[in-house]
Design a protein around this ligand. Structure first.
Ligand code: MG
Length: 379
């Protein structure tokens, strides 16, 4: 007979049984995880070559591909994506990035939320290797954001709608090609032009662009001007042609002349090659008007976030730049862009074989989405 007493007894037994079962499943799951190491972070990586839509020339050389290394960090069934992009002039290669990543042992850390300790450890493995370090930093940020269910711009408290217009870069080319490329920049509200070859070429580039559009131009001399008086003369010429700013006019170590030039310049000056990492910023106070932060130079999102704070303290303006890279690294950089005065995030638009969807270009801006981490999905 099924009495109230036996019902309570049966229910208690059933509850106890399910409790034991749940506990034992949990214990079993943990046991399996400990045996296989699945509750530890796993870092994997592979080389990949980006194909450029147009051969790309900056002062010095031309190229049609960019080597990158793709990274993944998996924890508890969730995967974060990262990337190292290595334009050849920066000294890293797929081989050097992979050699660096092979030295990393993430199994010594309990979980990805130890992000600060993990990235401090990664930074200390060897000097330089900044793109390799960024590939770990980006994957780890993506993973942690996904585990928290929030995008990084939200975790940092940035307003997503405050992203600035981004530039589209027109490389050094013939007059006909420059005119053609300029006419293809319809959706972009601001152009970026690489100067620094010689005076005739530089002026031809600007005059050709100005013959077809009056969009604001931002100029990057890539250290191409060697003399401060010549640089000032060029900047004055540019300032009369709706140019908004000048990036790295002089060689990177020539800070004394650079301070003079910034003082005289009618346009704001920005450090790119002169500003790699956080430690460079204090020395650039009063030397440039602002700095160009790139994840591949500064080891990634953690340090870039610190650089924003320090640069603001030093009254330096801020710009976020990129290499030719997939939507993975672009979306990571975009997380910081609400804090920027200028953005130059066209790297994913210059390639034909992107592997990710993420922050998308529209209305002249790289727009943030609300997906967690860095907001990317594999295509
Ligand atoms: Mg530059």
């Amino acid at each position: 007979m099924f009495t109230r007493r036996s019902f309570i007894k049966t229910s208690a037994l059933a509850t106890a049984a399910s409790f034991v079962n749940a506990n034992s499943i949990f214990a079993q799951k943990n046991k399996i995880r400990n045996l296989t190491g699945n509750n530890r972070m796993q870092l994997t990586y592979r080389p990949y070559n980006l194909q450029l839509k147009h051969p790309f020339t900056v002062s010095g050389y031309t190229r049609t591909t960019t080597p990158i290394v793709l990274t993944e960090i998996t924890y508890d069934g969730v995967t974060g994506y990262g990337e190292a992009a290595m334009p050849p002039y920066l000294g890293e290669s797929q081989a050097s990035v992979i050699a660096f990543l092979e030295k990393i042992n993430l199994k010594q850390f309990s979980n990805p939320f130890e992000l600060d300790d993990i990235l401090t450890y990664v930074d200390k493995i060897a000097i330089n290797n900044t793109a390799a370090k960024a590939s770990v930093d980006i994957a780890l940020h993506d993973l942690v954001g996904k585990l928290m269910g929030q995008p990084w711009h939200a975790l940092w408290g940035y307003t997503a709608t405050k992203v600035p217009f981004t530039t589209f870069t027109i490389g050094i080319d013939t007059e006909d090609e420059v005119r053609k490329k300029t006419l293809e920049t319809g959706p972009f509200k601001v152009l970026k032009v690489k100067l620094g070859v010689d005076e005739a070429t530089d002026k031809m580039l600007i005059n050709t662009i100005r013959s077809v559009t009056d969009k604001p131009i931002r100029v990057d001399a890539n250290q191409g001007w060697k003399d401060k008086h010549y640089a000032l003369k060029m900047i004055e010429w540019l300032s009369e042609r709706k140019v908004e700013m000048i990036e790295q006019p002089l060689p990177k170590h020539n800070l004394e002349d650079m301070a003079w030039l910034t003082d005289q310049s009618p346009l704001p000056t920005f450090a790119d090659e002169s500003c790699q990492r956080l430690e460079d910023i204090l020395g650039l106070q009063g030397v440039f008007s602002g700095i160009n932060i790139k994840l591949m130079k500064c080891t990634g999102m953690r340090e870039a976030h610190q650089m924003i704070t320090l640069a603001k303290t030093c009254d330096l303006k801020l710009m976020i730049g990129c290499m030719t890279e997939t939507s993975c690294a672009i979306s990571a950089a975009a997380q910081l862009s609400p804090q920027m005065d200028f953005a130059d995030l066209d790297g994913n638009l210059l390639i034909t074989n992107d592997l990710f969807s993420g922050a998308k270009f529209s209305n002249g801006k790289v727009q943030l989405n609300n997906e967690p981490g860095i907001g990317v999905n594999i295509l």
